[in-house]
Design a protein around this ligand. Structure first.
Ligand SMILES: [Zn+2]
Length: 419
């Protein structure tokens, strides 16, 4: 296999010169969201602004395998530092999703108590907590947060998923019957090498289950805010199929799931080992009908630009009336929205996070908008609250209303509006 330049350990970034899946050099530029700061670079409130890095966010399309991908790979040591603040167990929708994944996967794969289940990017052990009572489990995650999983009796290797780690795991635990990679399979550079490593760790009758943000959903609901440097690739089922088949894997089941504003869960095994379900055909046919060519993607770009301007328009009126806007939630995607649209501390006074969040007491990336405890929303009662996790607006808005917030809600995407 050809080995292009890797960003890992460079302390910097590498420009994508060829398709990350099929190595095609003729990539089409679709959308440029500007230079964005790393989403986890958050400075303490009160610190004077100092030099900080920012990286170009350009979206490229490969006309050969139809992968949509970022034009720059940033060293994971910058993006996923040991102090990486994200914990997946705090999100209800994710907890429910992983419980459902466990139920579903037992109807597809026959897993016994001695079978090993390995989760790549296991974070705080949220997914494996569903498996741990009935099977052998092992998490791999580069963040210190893996220690929380260990406290929850989920054995966890705190490291990046790489060859040396796979060798050690095979020696100590043997091969895995199930390998999961949820919301991480699009985050690691060199997908071909990752699939080879997964194959190396997977038993002959093993199944690889991935969950990734779904490109068709991203386009459909204009989720340009999920474009940031952690997300190197935006998969359709067709591009995933291309990647997996290149390595002798066959997709045996696929379905759309609601996490992260619309994801796709894909089961794959060595070719011929399992019966492929009808679910796959339906999704592939739908993707074929909605063919993602350059024209359709440029149409997406146009909509992104209009949406940005409409949001700005809406904010102009509010600010002219001297009213306050607080942001609700500081998910990674909020950083792209705020930086791309150009929202600063003059427009948004505060961003609120739940008590105990690592983000409280810091500035939003690339700005001096302070992130403070949610309680401030109810004390100050600003005229407006912008839902930065707008993809779960239906869940959030009633909750905040119930807790006593009296102002209006701004939903920034896909169509900026006040509810
Ligand atoms: Zn390609």
């Amino acid at each position: 296999m050809r080995r292009g330049k890797s960003a890992f350990g460079t302390g910097s970034s590498v420009v994508v010169e060829e398709c990350q899946i099929c190595e095609n050099k003729k990539l089409e530029s679709i959308l440029f969201l500007g230079y964005l700061p790393p989403v986890n670079e958050m400075h303490p409130i009160g610190e004077r602004p100092c030099e900080q890095p920012s990286f170009p966010a350009e979206i490229l399309h490969c006309p050969k395998c139809h992968l949509v991908q970022l034009g720059l790979v940033v060293d994971p040591k910058i993006l996923f530092p040991p102090g990486y603040p994200y914990t997946s167990s705090t999100t209800r929708i994710l907890r429910e999703n992983f419980a459902e994944l466990y139920r579903e996967c037992r109807t597809i794969v026959d897993i016994g108590p001695n079978d090993l289940v390995v989760d790549i990017g296991s974070n705080d052990g949220n997914l494996l907590s569903n498996f741990k009572d009935n099977h052998r489990v092992l998490g791999i995650t580069p963040e210190e947060i893996g220690k929380i999983a260990i406290e929850r009796s989920i054995p966890t290797v705190i490291d990046y998923f790489r060859k040396e780690v796979v060798e050690k795991i095979k020696k100590k635990h043997g091969k895995a019957k199930i390998i999961t990679a949820t919301n991480v399979f699009a985050h690691i550079e060199k997908p071909n090498e990752i699939v080879e490593l997964i194959l190396d760790l997977l038993s002959e009758d093993g199944v690889f289950i991935s969950e990734s943000h779904y490109l068709m959903k991203l386009i459909e609901t204009l989720q340009y805010d999920t474009i940031y440097h952690e997300h190197l690739r935006y998969y359709s089922l067709s591009s995933l199929k291309y990647l997996l088949e290149k390595h002798g894997l066959e997709i045996i089941h696929a379905k759309e799931i609601p996490t992260h504003g619309g994801s796709i869960r894909v089961y794959a095994a060595r070719k011929g080992n399992y019966r492929a379900r009808d679910s796959i055909k339906a999704i592939l046919e739908k993707e074929k009908r909605e063919i993602l060519d350059r024209e359709r993607l440029l149409e997406f770009k146009k909509k992104v630009v209009i949406s940005k301007l409409e949001l700005y328009d809406l904010l102009v009126d509010i600010k002219k009336q001297g009213k306050r806007i607080y942001g609700i939630g500081a998910p990674s995607r909020a950083s792209t929205l705020i930086n791309y649209v150009g929202i600063d501390d003059g427009i948004m006074d505060f961003v609120l996070e739940i008590k105990g969040s690592h983000k409280v007491g810091k500035y939003m990336p690339g700005t001096v908008i302070p992130v403070v405890d949610e309680a401030k929303l109810f004390e100050d009662q600003p005229e407006y609250a912008m839902l930065l996790s707008w993809h779960i607006a239906d869940e959030l808005a009633p909750k905040l209303r119930q807790k006593g917030f009296e102002g209006g809600f701004i939903v920034p995407l896909p169509k900026p509006r006040i509810i």
